[in-house]
Design a protein around this ligand. Structure first.
Ligand SMILES: [Zn+2]
Length: 503
């Protein structure tokens, strides 16, 4: 892939990139963070609004308890220290989609700090350590979302911009990483793990198309070995992890080029154009103090005491990393497959339910590994869109287990599933529920024909070359189009050959 190649070029120069990521995740509460308006996506513009989220004078915010619980749960899953007391602050700035003129966020006393995510570092570059790397999480804090400017899709949109304030006041957490990320690939890995963990906790659907997960990247370069950080650029609102990786690859190369040509990097916000694969300057960066943060006077300090914290901790599910370790142990699958099977909690649950319901759980795991993954990979299909479901795998495993179908027949049926884009039970029915042949008289007839057609091999067998039986088994299987039960073929052949030996 060109991206990886570019990445290794970027990583191998005399410059080293330093990357930090800021991720906004929308929490799956039914109502907004400071009022009871619905958070439902897709409602008609400006229908989910009230005096509080419209920022009317005198309207007072009331904190959503569920939003605090979700934020705390996510922070716990990200290995953060939860502060008993945190403070809401006003972040002041003017923008048309922000009716109050400030966003309620958290500043110097956030909900949680000092977390980390473990990522697999990729095998690249002699200076890099291989294996697991901890990427620090500086903080996780709660805040409200702003509204949305609409530039198209309504009458007069050529001349006007409209504002939809349904999103104003939707609860978010902002997850800020330490500048620990060394390459675009590592950024991609961090985001993948982060999304996976958040999805497991169930506090967000992390749907990037609907804006439930948004990412900004801070990136700078410095001569390898230098302690001091270079001037950073912020790449804003890139809407897929792949594009973030691409944007970083481009931006790192751009910065290196500017410096090598004797230029200076300016601190600024840049946008990524995915069609061109380039970043563009949007505006020079306002410094943090320009926001004139101050404590929100309308909200009490947020207190998450030990008792509440321990209640929230009880709802923490088994997280992906732990689950992967357990799956490899319980089902004997490879780490790679465990990785794929735990990509979402739903998939891992489906797999485990199917494996447990099947007669032989290990066979389900084996089939996923031997028959499903390769076909998915060959066709570039994500496992969530696999034509053969986990339930289908379990059903096919049981058919092999009971001897109803052979391994060869299973392979053919899986091929048909992928050709037709249908699940296993459906294709199995369409094919007339084939059974491997255990019809003794039909098989005996085939064996007689094969023996008669191959006198030379029969002679060899009689002369003592017993290994020729393998040849005959192969011929019989071929003649039965792979539908014969191999065990039965062996058995019958043995008898026939024995009977044919001169006494
Ligand atoms: Zn409201």
């Amino acid at each position: 892939m060109s991206t990886s190649a570019d990445t290794s070029i970027a990583a191998s120069t005399v410059f080293e990139p330093v990357i930090g990521l800021e991720v906004h995740v929308q929490l799956l509460t039914a109502s907004k963070i400071f009022c009871s308006c619905s958070t439902r996506f897709g409602a008609a513009p400006n229908t989910n609004v009230c005096p509080v989220c419209l920022g009317m004078p005198g309207a007072l915010p009331v904190l959503n308890r569920k939003a605090v619980e979700f934020a705390t749960l996510a922070a716990m899953a990200l290995n953060c220290r939860i502060h008993e007391t945190s403070i809401f602050a006003r972040k002041n700035y003017f923008y048309p989609d922000l009716p109050k003129g400030y966003q309620i966020s958290q500043y110097d006393k956030p909900l949680a700090e000092f977390g980390y995510i473990e990522v697999q570092t990729l095998n690249r570059g002699a200076t890099e350590e291989h294996g697991v790397k901890k990427i620090g999480i500086t903080r996780v804090h709660l805040e409200e979302d702003a509204g949305k400017s609409l530039h198209e899709g309504f009458a007069g949109s050529e001349e006007k911009t409209a504002i939809d304030l349904n999103r104003t006041g939707v609860p978010l957490i902002e997850i800020v990483s330490e500048p620990d990320i060394a390459t675009p690939d590592e950024a991609y890995e961090y985001l993948t793990r982060l999304k996976e963990i958040i999805l497991y906790t169930g506090v967000s659907d992390c749907n990037m198309e609907e804006g439930s997960l948004r990412c900004d990247a801070n990136v700078s370069v410095r001569p390898r070995g230098q302690k001091e950080l270079g001037t950073k650029a912020e790449i804003k609102n890139v809407n897929s992890f792949r594009f973030i990786r691409e944007a970083l690859v481009y931006e790192i190369a751009r910065q290196v080029e500017v410096i090598e040509a004797g230029g200076k990097i300016v601190q600024e916000t840049r946008l990524y154009n995915s069609h061109e694969g380039k970043t563009y300057s949007m505006r020079s960066k306002e410094q943090a103090h320009d926001y004139r943060y101050f404590p929100e006077p309308d909200l009490l300090p947020l207190v998450v005491d030990e008792k509440w914290k321990s209640e929230i901790a009880k709802t923490l599910p088994e997280l992906p990393e732990a689950r992967r370790a357990r799956l490899t142990g319980d089902y004997g699958i490879t780490e790679y497959d465990a990785q794929v099977l735990t990509v979402s909690k739903a998939l891992a649950d489906q797999f485990e339910a199917a494996a447990r319901a099947a007669k032989n759980p290990k066979r389900v795991a084996n089939l996923v590994q031997s028959e499903l993954m390769g076909r998915l990979k060959a066709q570039g299909i994500e496992i969530e869109s696999s034509p053969v479901s986990m339930k289908g795998v379990a059903i096919s495993a049981d058919l092999v287990e009971s001897g109803a179908i052979s391994g060869k027949m299973l392979k053919d049926l899986y091929d048909l599933c992928f050709e037709r884009g249908k699940d296993f039970p459906e294709v199995y029915d369409e094919e007339g529920r084939p059974q491997q042949s255990s019809d003794t008289s039909a098989l005996e007839k085939i064996i007689d024909e094969i023996l008669a057609a191959n006198p030379k091999q029969l002679e060899q067998y009689r002369a003592g070359k017993k290994t020729v039986i393998g040849f005959f088994v192969g011929q019989v299987m071929k003649a039965s189009k792979g539908q014969a039960n191999p065990q039965l073929v062996n058995e019958l052949l043995g008898k026939k050959l024995e009977a044919s030996e001169p006494t």
